[in-house]
Design a protein around this ligand. Structure first.
Ligand SMILES: *Cc1c(COP(=O)(O)O)cnc(C)c1O
Length: 386
């Protein structure tokens, strides 16, 4: 994996570094009614279902746009005005789901845990028991705000036991973290082209349980984001309703072949786990502290606590890394000051090692002594914020 000239490695949650093969797949034009394009479209829809063994139970409905477009589309298509939704929140993406429901004017309630704590399955079961009006639960598989892995299988069991429907925002998990439709019940699982699938941005999709989709006619309050209508059109003539993102789909088709060649989601997860381990160990050796204990950390993106060293100015740290060819991500937490480094994308341990050397150089340039002295978890300021 060599870096094309002037292109930094993206240690971000997406868009992220893609392979040259994926980029090369876009070097031609397709008509949207072209047979070759329609076949590609059919193939990606079927592979996306196969990745989670959902071909018998679900339909794959893609939609133009970033991941949030697909989230809004799926919620708006499946949740009726008479329904009530419980949103499990422990970060910005859960909050965004609640905001979408609010804008759609739907009835919902939120169950929130702190950003460094997983969704509380016992509390979920309790609330489903005490509020029979709740018809749907929405959960985020990997909360990209922190990098935290929520207990999605346990959540799905609790929801299924209570006879309710589960909608999963699997955006930053799909294609790497395990989920299987044959033993994890969900009404919809939503993701996008540009995270663990390592495609380019521009396409979201929802895998929707067949009966739920068939019953969704006329529910959406949007024309563009009506996944029932999108599905009907695609089923009837294999075409998209409106201009399809042809190059995004071609890139995704190539990215999916590469995913399968890597051993599918399990193979990809192995690479991400190695990346994560290398990055976390190396950063800890330099004195950085992770927000999460290893048991809650998904090998997708890692949140580091902002060092307290006087000379550590994040924007300068960021620039020094960028100069050396590595792009990292600012924090998105409300509980503490932090920054994030992703370990997904077309990257291996060799890029993680490169990033660690770049961090060391950045610390030298900032005049920050290392290993850093990290505040212990029982330190006063940490206790106040967490
Ligand atoms: C990336 C992401 C989204 C969608 O974000 P977009 O910027 O719209 O692509 C939604 N949920 C989660 C958990 C994500 O990681």
């Amino acid at each position: 994996m060599t870096r094309p000239t002037n292109e930094p490695w993206l240690l971000t949650p997406g868009p992220l570094t893609t392979s040259k093969t994926t980029k090369d797949a876009m070097l031609r034009d397709w008509g949207s009614r072209d047979m070759a394009f329609l076949n590609t479209n059919r193939r990606i829809r079927s592979i996306l279902l196969d990745l989670v063994n959902a071909a018998d139970s679900h339909e794959c409905v893609p939609v133009q746009g970033s991941g949030t477009f697909a989230v809004e589309a799926a919620l708006g298509t499946l949740i009726k005005n008479t329904d009530k939704t419980l949103v499990l929140v422990n970060g910005a993406y859960g909050k965004r789901i609640a905001r979408i429901l609010e804008i759609l004017g739907l009835n919902f309630t939120v169950q929130e845990t702190p950003e460094n704590q997983p969704n509380d399955v016992d509390a979920l079961a309790g609330q489903l028991h005490s509020d029979p009006a709740i018809s749907h639960v929405v959960a985020v598989h990997c909360e990209t705000t922190s990098g935290l892995l929520n207990p999605i299988a346990e959540i799905a069991d609790a929801v299924a036991k209570a006879g309710r429907k589960l909608i999963i925002d699997g955006m930053s998990a799909f294609g790497a973290l395990p989920i299987d439709a044959r033993d994890t019940q969900f009404e919809a699982l939503i993701a996008s082209s540009n995270k663990c699938l390592e495609g380019i941005p521009g396409l979201g999709f929802a895998l929707i349980e067949k009966t739920a989709l068939a019953n969704a006619k006329g529910t959406s309050r949007s024309l563009c984001l009506d996944l029932f209508d999108q599905w009907q059109t695609m089923e009837s003539n294999a075409q998209w309703r409106f201009t399809p993102p042809t190059h995004v789909i071609a890139a995704l088709d190539s990215a999916l072949s590469q995913l399968i060649a890597e051993g599918g989601p399990a193979g990809r997860l192995d690479r991400y786990k190695n990346n994560c381990r290398r990055l976390v160990n190396g950063m800890r050796a330099l004195g950085f502290a992770t927000l999460l204990p290893d048991t809650l950390q998904a090998p997708i993106i890692i949140t580091f606590k902002m060092p307290t060293a006087k000379n550590f100015i994040f924007s300068n740290f960021y620039d020094h890394l960028k100069d050396q060819g590595y792009v990292i991500y600012p924090g998105k937490l409300t509980i503490i000051d932090s920054f994030r480094m992703g370990c997904i994308g077309h990257l291996t341990e060799s890029q993680m090692s490169g990033a660690l050397s770049a961090v060391e150089v950045a610390l030298q340039r900032l005049g920050v002594a290392y290993p850093l002295k990290t505040p212990s978890p029982t330190n006063q300021t940490q206790r106040n914020v967490l």
